[in-house]
Write a protein that binds this ligand. Structure first.
Ligand SMILES: Nc1ncnc2c1ncn2[C@@H]1O[C@H](COP(=O)(O)OP(=O)(O)OP(=O)(O)O)[C@@H](O)[C@H]1O
Ligand SMILES: [Mg+2]
Length: 404
């Protein structure tokens, strides 16, 4: 029987033993049930439950190979993910699962089971638009981002963290899939809906004005070590119920621009709206959900800015930075980045190979083609006008205008 002193990819029965022998979470002989519940492309996620009292635990294991394609991927991502979840738990208590243990040898993290919360993408699809979302998401963003930046941290500690969280292979995925290929399909991986080829050619592949702006956002992503960011904050990384949210899966974390996280959430909330506006037309529940969603999107954006400002005033001490003109410049720049990265996220999920459910589930070309065009138009407008769009209702107003 394998012990856990050298790496191997675990099966549910190995995880049951691991939870007793290494984690000491269950007593020897205690009956447990274990299943692999991962639905992602990258890792393996196991839930172990005690048959006696229902106590449960999650073990997430990173393999040396990507789950979906079998391509090699640095398992060090799991060390970054576990450290990040721990840090986020300190900065934003209650908004991430508790970490019990990280095992470097097995690339495995034991954490709190948050199955009482549902995948936010699916919750929104089911028209469960929790009104606490803007409050909780904006708190998560402001509380985890600003305190890890040079505005708040000791400069040497910050550079130590930049080193620890250097995450080249995962960043490379973003640099390629999000910030290159939708505009320059050099790997031939884009998936364009038949009927939209000419549209994509004209508005993305031949749009040099847009590409100049995407170039700026790409280099900014690679060079602006502004704050420790989650790096993959889409609505499938956020779990929610009536009580609140839990944010999962920060394996793409690194020191990058804060706007990347803010923009990612914003863009993904917009997919929920776009789906309802096209595929949900005529459906009373979807139509009722749209104004609520619109409100969540605008409020999340505005509250994030407001909370960043509050956090700034609470934490920043250097007189140079406390200058109100500098503070405004800084906030404007973060929010402009956020708008720009909402745009790149919307475009990459529409033309890239990593589609979101809100798009891939729309099979009727009569709906899918115009929906994708509206999203691409919105993405372009967000990128090009990012310096001008500084509040949530301007942002949602822009999509309204495109939908008309
Ligand atoms: N702490 C947890 N509690 C309950 N369920 C969890 C937990 N962590 C992960 N899961 C479940 O496992 C799924 C996959 O988790 P996660 O997104 O972390 O994996 P991943 O392989 O990194 O996915 P991706 O391909 O999106 O990067 C989640 O969607 C969720 O359903
Ligand atoms: Mg992941």
């Amino acid at each position: 029987m394998k012990d856990f002193r050298s790496f191997f990819l675990m099966k549910p029965e190995d995880v049951q033993r691991y939870a007793v022998e290494v984690l000491h979470h269950f007593a020897p002989g205690e009956e447990t049930v274990c299943e692999e519940i991962g639905d992602g492309n990258i890792n393996y996620v196991f839930r172990i439950r005690s048959a006696a009292d229902g106590r449960s635990l999650i073990v997430k294991q990173a393999d040396r190979l990507l789950r979906s394609s079998g391509r090699p991927l640095d398992p060090g991502r799991s060390r970054i993910e576990a450290a990040m979840l721990k840090l986020e738990g300190e900065l934003a208590p209650g908004l991430v699962p508790k970490i019990f243990c990280y095992d470097e040898i097995m690339s495995a993290t034991a954490m709190e089971d948050v199955s009482a919360y549902g995948n936010l993408r699916k919750e929104l699809a089911a028209n469960r638009i929790y009104l606490h979302l803007s409050e909780n998401i904006s708190s998560f963003l402001a509380d985890t981002l600003l305190p890890t930046s040079d505005l708040a941290l000791d400069a040497e500690e910050k550079k130590r963290r930049v080193r620890f969280y250097t995450n080249p292979e995962l960043c490379r995925i973003t640099e390629d899939l999000v910030l290159t290929e939708p505009y320059y399909d050099y790997k031939g991986r884009n998936i364009i809906t038949p009927g939209n080829e000419d549209f994509v050619q004209r508005f993305l592949y031949d749009n040099f004005e847009l590409q100049a702006e995407v170039g700026k956002l790409r280099l900014n992503f690679m060079n602006h070590a502004q704050a420790l960011i989650h790096g993959d904050l889409h609505t499938g990384s956020i779990f929610a119920n009536e009580a609140g949210i839990k944010v999962l899966d920060p394996e793409f974390a690194f020191y990058g621009p804060m706007g990347y996280d803010i923009g990612n959430v914003t863009g993904n909330l917009i997919f929920a709206w776009a789906n309802k506006a096209f595929a949900g037309r005529g459906d009373a529940a979807c139509e009722k959900a749209i104004p609520l969603l619109e409100r969540v999107i605008a409020e999340t954006f505005d509250r994030t800015r407001e909370k960043l400002r509050q956090k700034y005033d609470e934490t920043v001490t250097l007189p140079l930075y406390r200058n109100p003109a500098f503070r405004s410049f800084w906030l404007d720049a973060v929010m402009a980045d956020s708008v720009g990265y909402a745009g790149t996220e919307i475009i990459r999920r529409t033309v890239g190979d990593s589609k979101v459910w809100e798009i891939s589930s729309v099979r009727d070309p009569e709906l899918r083609i115009p929906m994708e065009r509206a999203l691409i138009k919105l993405g372009i407008a967000l990128i090009l006008q990012r310096e001008r769009l500084q509040n949530g209702s301007q942002l949602t107003g822009l999509f309204r205008l495109i939908l008309e």
